[in-house]
Ligand binder design. Sequence first.
Ligand code: SF4
Length: 288
Amino acid sequence: MTTELLPEPTQEHPVRALVDGTDVIGSLSPSRAADFMSCPLLYRFRVIDKLPEPPSPAAVRGTVVHSVLERLFDNPAAERTLEVASQLVRPEWDRLLATDPDLSAMFEGEDPVDLTAWLTECRALLGTYFALEDPRRLEPAEREVYVEHVLSSKLLLRGYVDRVDVAATGQVRVVDYKTGRSPGPAFEAKAMFQMKFYALVLWRSRGAIPTLLQLMYLGNAEILRYTPDEADLLATERKLDALWLAIARATESGTWLPRRSPLCGWCSHQALCPAWGGTPPPLPAPTP
Ligand code: SF4
């Protein structure tokens, strides 16, 4: 899920709160962890300053496709066809727009997106999904499921998993849909980090390590699979604790360094970024 507009936990900066009786030191989702790893200043803009970002046609398209794939499984198996999925696109878009009318800005202004073409792109991504797997042969155990776990460091990990499949043998597969293209080999590990995050949370909260992690890239019909083990997930836990330590230090010092990369091309905050000649706004006053 990821760059898509899925429900994103807020208040990830170091604010103490009680979760199931534990005084947590803060919380992290895979998306915000990825933000800090890519660019600490981007994390600050999103989490501390909470700066608004204009809706991105690609991200909103991802949200619509995710919604359709979730709802598709409400139908009896025989009715989970591409035709039915395609017919869900418009109602899911209308539903999303009703909850967030500002999204209509994508289709207005100086460089408006063509709504008909955009909806066609959503349907094309669903066509790719059907080329990768047959939903009539699947019965997901869970869809769009919220998961959370408090580490022994008292860091709360949380996020939404697109789909969990449980085989008759008890084997668990964690599935995430991506509406972009798969990364090159050099970036596969980075992409799989999000899935290891979920695997860690599921292991710690449910007691068993998922058998398989599966990323489905609908942008170019590729599937990335990974079989996690205990050593992997312990390493992920250590990495997340270290990441939180770095976030806490940045919060304390007020130093959020920009990190230029090709991702800057998609960043909404270039005008405020010192790496691009801008000046960030003053940091908001700390929450009492
Ligand atoms: S423009 Fe680039 S360096 Fe600046 S905040 Fe955005 S991602 Fe970071």
